[in-house]
Design a binder for this molecule. Structure first.
Ligand SMILES: [Ca+2]
Ligand SMILES: [Ca+2]
Ligand SMILES: [Ca+2]
Length: 334
């Protein structure tokens, strides 16, 4: 059985490498002549994906696309293909709270004193801090927690004792729950979608005594549970942010997903200074500030557990990482 699984995995790997080779054939000649970096390479500096473990959500089997036979490894390679491609855009979805991805950078992101050092590229399209009227309050933030690691022992991979959390604007607030833990349970069967919206679709419970259901919306009919895992329940841990989506008219007709001030992924547009991170915001498990010379690995996990009516769950999307020093962006931290 084990051999069979391995063989299946290698067949899928071959198919994927074949696809990579054919779709990027112009990139295979870099040894012969150096081609100038593409626009995508200039703005995104991810070189490798070490882990890809989304939780549950409407795009979990779509970004990247699950196909029959896919395994944890082939899904990881698909995520890596999306986030390291040389042209066009690539995007992955982490699903609801806890879903995570671990990325390796093309070079160490230096921690320059007094300056922001990188940004996580996401798909937040507007910035909304406070709601002043119900007509223009269209926030689209789906904040993810950012963890950073410097390769202290120079073994080329992130080790458990190398990780630190970026303490964003919500880190020290009472509304933030440290050491949160949630378990999602695979639905027995995909329910027939008759009304277009299934409220009690996927059961979850957390370590705070809460439980509930993720709903299934009228736009995404695929399973919201990762189809490549054989597990019937999946558990995620981390720092939980307070829910950020506001029911503006109090009748579910209009939701605004409010951006937090700073320090999160997929929380502010990619061209906004509010999406940039200073490595000096890193803290250890006790919340003490740490001084890192730079960052080689970045882990992002979805930071909120909230259902937003017909929009579905809050789920962080990731499109890459930008080393601000490689794009000559000097953004000061006050
Ligand atoms: Ca810095
Ligand atoms: Ca290491
Ligand atoms: Ca998003």
């Amino acid at each position: 059985m084990k051999n069979k699984v391995t063989n299946l995995a290698s067949v899928s790997m071959l198919i994927i490498s074949g696809f990579l080779a054919s779709s990027c054939s112009s990139d295979n000649n870099t040894d012969d002549k150096k081609e100038p970096p593409t626009e995508r390479e200039r703005k995104n500096h991810v070189a490798k994906v070490f882990e890809f473990t989304p939780s549950v959500g409407q795009l979990v089997n779509t970004l990247p696309k699950f196909e029959n036979g896919d395994t944890e490894l082939t899904m990881l390679k698909k995520a890596e293909q999306a986030l390291t491609k040389k042209t066009g855009d690539g995007i992955i979805s982490l699903g609801g709270f806890g879903g995570y991805i671990t990325l390796g950078m093309n070079e160490t992101i230096e921690n320059k004193a007094g300056l922001r050092d990188f940004r996580v590229l996401g798909n937040t399209f507007s910035l909304q801090g406070t709601i002043t009227s119900s007509t223009n309050a269209e926030g689209s933030s789906e904040p993810g927690i950012i963890m950073v690691a410097y390769d202290t022992n120079k073994n080329g991979k992130p080790d458990d004792n190398e990780w630190y959390e970026i303490a964003g604007s919500e880190y020290y607030k009472d509304a933030t729950t440290k050491n949160y833990e949630i378990t999602y349970f695979k639905p027995d069967a995909e329910k027939e979608q008759q009304t277009g919206f299934i409220k009690d679709y996927l059961y979850w419970e957390d370590n705070q005594g809460n439980s509930g259901y993720k709903s299934k919306n009228a736009f995404h009919f695929e399973s919201y549970f990762p189809l490549w895992t054989s597990k019937t329940s999946i558990t995620f841990k981390g720092t939980l942010l307070a829910s950020n989506a506001v029911d503006v008219n109090n009748d579910g007709s209009f939701w605004s997903m409010i951006s937090y001030d700073y320090g999160y992924a997929d929380n502010a547009p990619n061209n906004s200074d509010q999406s940039t991170i200073d490595i000096d915001w890193a803290v250890d498990k006790q919340g003490n500030k740490v001084k890192l010379p730079g960052v080689d690995f970045i882990k992002i996990y979805s930071g909120i557990n909230q259902e937003v009516g017909s929009i579905g769950e809050i789920s962080t999307e990731v499109m890459g990482i930008q080393n601000l020093h490689l794009v000559k962006a000097d953004i000061r931290t006050n």
